[in-house]
Design a protein around this ligand. Structure first.
Ligand SMILES: [Zn+2]
Length: 409
């Protein structure tokens, strides 16, 4: 089976390449920009965050063209999640290939129109060509080829193509329209999942991701007239002392073989209203990336006791928390990527752990063995002149077919 797929790619290379490129460009032209609601007014052409239905319509059209049945699930109209399915789940094994349809804003510094993709010297340039519309095109074409070359009954498991919403921004209300919504509603039924959303040029496989916690700490002072500071309590001064302690903070943890050390970033500070007012409060936001073994209680209590060491009144709030995850480098999914990589790409992708989070975290925490793995340079994410190498998109499509055959037959 794998030989017939490889032969098909050899004989139809130009046609496959053209199809992936055209599909990628068509999706990039749709401005599915996802920002938090507060920033939405900066994008007057958007009626709501993401508007992923624009790309969703293309995905559905292609699935219909290839006669691949699909389901559509949305928490809100216009922000769909589409899952196409090929094969039958006789063996009980299901492989989900999931890419997101939303993009980050273009930002400044582009040499060309970010939403009018340009093809030059074997690369495509445009917002979303890599993150994540190019890989989505590769997966769609892989599905079509699996069906065309092998027919409907060759796979004893199920190959799932997912085009999802809401990856790039999270509103403070925490309501999710993409993978978390699907997991909460029990709408995903997969054994394995690959998330092509990390770059690394297919050379590394993300098998572990740190946990992420966001804390807000508020210093509570007392407001007074700026000319009589002795009557107030300056919350900014109190916070300054606490910040000194935070900078010195060292967590107790065991170094993880894949994830290494935890990190802490104090990313935001707010306080005061005017130069002639003693600030009544001051608050900071802290982003912590944890390694296995660091519990929610431990991290919270560590910050809490830090505030008790410093003179002043403080409030510690945990705004969000997710656990780190780690899968074995020896599992079938990782092995299938490695074996086919060696054969087709000429290298064996290496497992590694990372501090950033992808859909793979949500899926792993929901019990689905998932990795981040895919084409493209990690440096091309979220920057001006985002690019992807066309050859990598075609290779990724071929690899997708071969991995599906290994895992599902
Ligand atoms: Zn992405």
């Amino acid at each position: 089976m794998k030989d017939s797929i490889k032969k098909y790619f050899r004989e139809n290379y130009k046609k496959i390449e053209e199809e992936i490129v055209n599909l990628t460009c068509e999706m990039v032209r749709e401005k599915t920009i996802n920002v938090i609601s507060e920033k939405l007014p900066e994008f007057p052409f958007l009626k709501f965050r993401g508007e992923e239905y624009r790309v969703g319509n293309i995905v559905k059209r292609e699935l219909e063209k290839y006669k691949i049945p699909y389901e559509e699930y949305s928490r809100m109209e216009g922000r769909p999640n589409i899952i196409g399915k090929i094969g039958k789940d006789e063996s009980g094994k299901r492989l989900l290939m999931a890419a997101h349809m939303d993009v980050v804003p273009a930002g400044d510094g582009w040499d060309t129109d970010p939403f009018d993709p340009v093809i030059k010297d074997g690369f495509i340039y445009g917002r979303g060509v890599l993150d994540d519309k190019g890989p989505l095109a590769s997966i769609l074409v892989a599905g079509k080829i699996l069906k065309e070359v092998l027919g409907d009954n060759a796979l004893s498991g199920e190959f799932q193509i997912a085009a999802l919403s809401d990856e790039e921004a999270e509103d403070p209300d925490g309501i999710d329209y993409g993978v978390k919504f699907l997991v909460e509603e029990n709408l995903i039924n997969a054994t394995f999942s690959i998330i092509p959303d990390i770059g690394e040029n297919m050379k590394r496989i993300d098998i572990a991701e740190k946990g992420r916690a966001v804390f807000k700490i508020t210093a509570i002072g007392k407001q007074a007239h700026g000319s009589t500071p002795e009557r107030g309590i300056n919350a900014i001064y109190k916070m300054a002392h606490l910040i000194n302690e935070i900078e010195k903070l060292k967590f107790k943890y065991e170094v993880s073989p894949t994830l290494g050390h935890p990190t802490l970033n104090l990313g935001e500070i707010h306080g005061g209203a005017a130069p002639n007012i003693v600030p009544g409060d001051c608050y900071i936001y802290i982003d912590i990336r944890s390694v296995p073994g660091m519990t929610k209680e431990y991290v919270f209590n560590t910050l809490k006791s830090l505030t008790q060491k410093v003179d002043g009144k403080f409030e510690v709030e945990l705004l969000s928390w997710n656990e780190p995850h780690e899968i074995s480098p020896d599992n079938d999914l990782v092995k299938a990527i490695q074996i086919n990589g060696k054969d087709v790409l000429g290298f064996e992708p290496e497992p590694f752990g990372m501090g950033g989070g992808t859909f793979a975290k949500t899926l792993n925490l929901a019990g689905i063995t998932s990795v981040g793995w895919g084409p493209g340079d990690d440096e091309a994410y979220h920057v001006a002149n985002e690019y992807v190498e066309i050859k990598q998109l075609v290779d990724f499509s071929l690899m997708t077919c071969l991995i599906a055959i290994d895992l599902l037959t």
